[in-house]
Design a protein around this ligand. Structure first.
Ligand code: T5A
Length: 216
């Protein structure tokens, strides 16, 4: 039974996947559909999503590939995440707003933990310190072959970022990392085939939100 003295907690939905998987596109489309259905929705992203975290984003996403090693990257990601949670995500959820987030901690597990070789236990310890026992209500893992995602990312306007310049093998490890996470936590995660049209993927995303969370 809900506590009448406390506002309802919104849902926290994260979108994960490799470069160019279509996360930003699908965050925007799901937000539009939820708003039409009458929900308050905040869209946000990682790294970033609060002024402090956006400043950290600039440090990690820009510059040369070897600016940071995997450990430093993971520490920066969790510093940004802590600020993002405290200033943006948790206050919105407490108001009953739904929060749709373009990447969250599974990206640190896949990129720094798996692809950079930092290891699952180190990332899990940082998670515990920065995030505690808070978890997304639903994580949509947008999955597609690495060359397709990189081609999409490179075709969009803007400058190629540090991570896009890492090699094919790195991005294959990232993809495997996300699939491992989804296999290990099937109650939280759903894999969405991201190779189809934007509209077909949007329908799959909405169906998953409806079946898992009873809305969308
Ligand atoms: N990172 C992040 C870590 O290493 N550790 C961490 O803990 C975190 C949080 C920055 C980098 O930070 C790393 C991972 C990243 O490399 P970012 O800026 O969010 O993260 O970079 P990406 O997530 O890679 O952003 P992209 O814009 O490349 O990918 P999206 O958001 O998945 O894709 P989207 O929606 O922008 O689409 C890309 C292009 O493809 C088109 C779009 O129109 C767009 O042009 N597109 C499609 N085209 C055809 N068919 C479809 N179905 C399409 N869907 C989208």
């Amino acid at each position: 039974m809900s506590d009448p003295g406390r506002p309802p907690r919104g849902k926290f939905i994260t979108f994960e996947g490799g470069e160019g998987a279509g996360k930003s596109t699908q965050v925007r489309l799901l937000a539009e559909r939820l708003r039409v259905a009458g929900r308050e929705v905040v869209t946000t992203r990682e790294p970033g999503g609060s002024p402090g975290a956006e400043a950290i984003r600039k440090l990690v996403v820009e510059g040369s590939v070897d600016s940071w090693d995997g450990t430093t990257e993971a520490l920066l990601m969790f510093a940004a995440r802590r600020d993002h949670l405290a200033r943006t995500i948790w206050p919105a959820l407490a108001r009953g707003t739904w929060v749709l987030c373009d990447r969250f901690a599974d990206s640190t597990m896949a990129y720094q933990g798996q692809a950079h070789g930092l290891g699952r236990s180190v990332v899990a310890r940082l998670y515990e310190l920065a995030v505690g026992d808070f978890r997304p209500d639903l994580t949509l893992v947008l999955d597609l072959p690495v060359p397709v995602g990189l081609a999409r990312a490179r075709a969009r306007p803007g400058v190629e970022d540090r991570f896009e310049r890492l090699g094919h093998a790195f991005h294959e490890r990232v993809r495997a990392g996300f699939l491992d996470i989804a296999a290990a936590e099937p109650a939280r995660c759903a894999i969405v085939d991201a190779t189809g049209s934007i509209e077909a993927i949007s329908v799959a995303v909405c169906d998953t939100v409806r079946s898992r969370l009873g809305a969308g």
